[in-house]
Design a protein around this ligand. Structure first.
Ligand SMILES: CC(C)(COP(=O)(O)OP(=O)(O)OC[C@H]1O[C@@H](n2cnc3c(N)ncnc32)[C@H](O)[C@@H]1OP(=O)(O)O)[C@@H](O)C(=O)NCCC(=O)NCCS
Length: 212
C-alpha cells in the first residue's frame, strides 16, 4: 500500500487512499469525530450521527475514492472524490474534512493535491466543490487550487478545470479572487445543478428517490 508522508508542512502524518469496504470504519469514525461546527460546514447543516453513519456507508459502496490523512493509525483528515454518475451533469463532486487538531498545517492542501492527481488519473475534466458562504477555510483552500466560486443563497459552488495545467500553490492566494464575477444566469444554473445533486444524494440516503 502506498503511504506518502507529508514532508512540506508541519503535519507529521501520512496520506493514502482507503480501501473502500474494509476501511469504512476509519472514514466513519473520522467524520463522527468532527465537532458540531465542522459537521455543519462539511454536511451543509446535517450533523446527526445517524446521517454520518449512513453517509460513510454509502461512500464505501458507491465508488467514492477516499484519500485519508493518518496520524498514529487514526484518520484525521479525508478528501472525497465522488463518481460522476452521481451528478446530473456528470461532474464529480469533491469534499474535504480535517479534524481541528490537524488544521492549518497543510493537511487540506496535501489532500487536495492528491485528489487532483487521482482525478487526473481517472481522466476527469473538471471537479465541483460546494461549501457554505461563511466557510473561509474551505473557500481559501478551493481558491488556492484554482476553483472559481460563485456565491448565492448562502452557498459557494464552483468548478476546478483539470484540462488546464493545474496551478496548485503557484498562484498566490491574494492574486486569485475567491469569488469570480459571474452572470446571473450562470450563477442560477450552478446553484440549481448543485442543489439537484445534493438533494438527490440526501433523498437517496433517506431511502427515497432511487430513480431520481
Ligand atoms: C477546510 C479544511 C478542510 C481546511 O483544512 P486545513 O488542513 O486547515 O487546510 P490547509 O492547512 O492546507 O490550509 C489551506 C489554505 O487555507 C487557508 N486557511 C485555512 N483555514 C483558514 C481559515 N479558517 N480562514 C482563512 N484561511 C484559512 C490556509 O491559510 C491555507 O492557505 P495558504 O496555503 O495560502 O496559507 C478544514 O478547515 C475543515 O475540515 N473544515 C471543516 C469541514 C469543511 O468545512 N469542509 C468543507 C466542505 S466540502
Amino acid at each position: 500500500m502506498n503511504h506518502d508522508s507529508i514532508s512540506s508542512t508541519s503535519a507529521r502524518g501520512t496520506v493514502r487512499t482507503l480501501s473502500q469496504q474494509e476501511e469504512l470504519p476509519l472514514l466513519r469514525d473520522h467524520l463522527l469525530r468532527l465537532d458540531r461546527t465542522s459537521r455543519h460546514d462539511r454536511f451543509h447543516g446535517f450533523i446527526d450521527d445517524s446521517f454520518i453513519r449512513r453517509y460513510a456507508e454509502r461512500c464505501a459502496n458507491d465508488g467514492t475514492v477516499i484519500i485519508a490523512y493518518f496520524e498514529d493509525g487514526v484518520v484525521r483528515g479525508a478528501a472525497e472524490l465522488h463518481p460522476p454518475e452521481q451528478s446530473p451533469d456528470a461532474q464529480p463532486e469533491i469534499a474535504f474534512s480535517v479534524e481541528r487538531s490537524a488544521r492549518r498545517k497543510g493537511v487540506g492542501s496535501t489532500l487536495f493535491r492528491k485528489l487532483i492527481a487521482e482525478a487526473h488519473a481517472k481522466g476527469y475534466g473538471s471537479l465541483r466543490i460546494t461549501t457554505g458562504a461563511q466557510n473561509d477555510a474551505m473557500r481559501a483552500l478551493a481558491t488556492k487550487f484554482g476553483a472559481q466560486l460563485t456565491f448565492r443563497h448562502g452557498e459557494s459552488t464552483g468548478s476546478i478545470d483539470l484540462t488546464e495545467r493545474h496551478k496548485a500553490e503557484q498562484v498566490p492566494a491574494a492574486a486569485s479572487p475567491a469569488i469570480a464575477p459571474v452572470t446571473p444566469i450562470a450563477a442560477a444554473r450552478a446553484i440549481v445543478d448543485m442543489n439537484r445533486a445534493y438533494w438527490r444524494m440526501v433523498m437517496q440516503m433517506s431511502g427515497w428517490g432511487r430513480a431520481a
